[in-house]
Design a protein around this ligand. Sequence first.
Ligand SMILES: Nc1nc2c(ncn2[C@@H]2O[C@H](COP(=O)(O)OP(=O)(O)O)[C@@H](O)[C@H]2O)c(=O)[nH]1
Ligand SMILES: [Mg+2]
Length: 381
Amino acid sequence: MSAEPEPSNIDETPFLDGMSDAKSRYGRFNLAVIGATGVGKSSLVNAVFGRDLAKVGKGLPVTRGVHYYSDDSLGIWDVEGFEIGTPVPAAEQLRGHLQEIAKRPKNEQISVVWYCVKSNDDRLAPHEIAMIDELSRAGLPVILVLTKVDWLRNPITGQRGVSKGVEEFVNWLEKPVDNGQPISINYERVILTSTSDKHGKGKGHGLGELVAETLSLSPKNEQDAFRIAQRLNLPWKRELARPVIAAATAAAAGAATVPLPVADAVTLAPIQLGMMARIAVIYDIEMKTALSTSSLANLGAQLAGRALASSLIKLIPGAGSVVNAGVAAALTGATGEGWLRLCEHVHTGKIRLDQMDEAWNQYVPGFLDVIRKMAEQRVGK
Ligand SMILES: Nc1nc2c(ncn2[C@@H]2O[C@H](COP(=O)(O)OP(=O)(O)O)[C@@H](O)[C@H]2O)c(=O)[nH]1
Ligand SMILES: [Mg+2]
């Protein structure tokens, strides 16, 4: 008789490989955030991406007024500090910045621009219109983000609205005129946002719309990176994770076409660890927990090891002394879903890092989960 599969028997390498593979496959989404100091650029980035890259990335400006902050899935070009009333017009300064950026590596190139303006301005100044033109000429889609919108609640209807001033600004943006003459401004969308109320409280407004528009303006091959980088839309992450579980489930079934002795169930571990690593990347778990890749791999191996333990498998009706394709698929599917739930709860802050050691146990699939999976497979056939 071989020994019970033990977490310590499980090689963590497939987890590590799966993570680096997923990171390079999903790539990086690069956003340029442009606007005067104080309009709320950093607050927006923090609200949408849940990280203060500025704190992490610090570093020297790439060129005057331009900083680049990045991690695996996200790059932010923070562009500010245009000097007005200097001999070089703002649009020309911006063109210079864009030229500097164009010299950088491919995975740092801008996909979408948030051009940020305070919502209590009443129109765009000519130099701002010229800057937006410059961006558009460079082929960049521009979202005009009106920041720090005050949302007022109508005391009678209870409906939320914006102030008259903001409304007039939006109307002007839709049909801009200058000296009575219609003019055109080359942006794709206007979005009204706030990251807090005027007391610095609340969750903000318009951010869901901002991420939806940003996604729709992103090139196809950067959309997954954007879905991973943002933290406001959880269903997007689930949509990315589900096919990963389905693929691993199919691979596990394939690996057990010739039924495996129960004690050899641990040979399914590499498939499961690869799956868990990809899901961890989708939920940005490394960043969320500040756990090292190797600690995460260890956690994954423990969870997979528990699910593959002979004592669990022997309880599964029909398993007998072997793991057949159906059992292998069900075990893998249930493990994937347990891990997905764990990742979601970490991502949303339901589980804190200091609770993870005790909490992960609750996500190991039990034999009921596996039975349920097997029933689903039968129904699905
Ligand atoms: N009332 C209100 N204040 C905001 C909002 N967003 C940012 N702020 C405040 O505006 C100031 C400048 O924000 P920051 O994000 O640093 O602007 P940046 O210089 O463009 O990066 C900070 O004190 C923020 O707390 C908002 O939506 N509403
Ligand atoms: Mg800032």
